[in-house]
Design a protein around this ligand. Structure first.
Ligand code: SF4
Ligand code: SF4
Length: 86
């Protein structure tokens, strides 16, 4: 018997597994407090934090599971968690 629970069983299955559905709290950012340390990008277990010169730090809510690690590791205290309305 093949166990498939939590496994990346086939190529590409991590992309189609939208972990954003697990979320009860969502990270938000106050861009003016961001000091560009990029801890949020490095520590996010879902690679759901992105940065661009134009838009600063952004979250990919399709994959962000609301774990709060980014807020916890934020050097500038720019990220905070907010309860989501579903
Ligand atoms: S809450 Fe967790 S999953 Fe979402 S962006 Fe932050 S570290 Fe990533
Ligand atoms: S961890 Fe905080 S201060 Fe560092 S880049 Fe991310 S939002 Fe900015």
């Amino acid at each position: 018997m093949k166990l498939r629970i939590g496994a990346i069983a086939d190529p590409g299955t991590s992309v189609v597994n939208l972990t954003g559905g697990w979320r009860t709290e969502a990270p938000r950012i106050e861009q003016t407090l961001c000091i560009r340390c990029f801890n949020c990008v490095i520590y996010c277990p879902e690679s759901a934090v992105h940065y661009s010169e134009e838009r600063g730090i952004e979250f990919d809510y399709d994959y962000c599971k609301g774990c709060g690690i980014c807020a916890n590791e934020c050097s500038g205290r720019a990220i905070y968690m907010e309860m989501e309305e579903k």
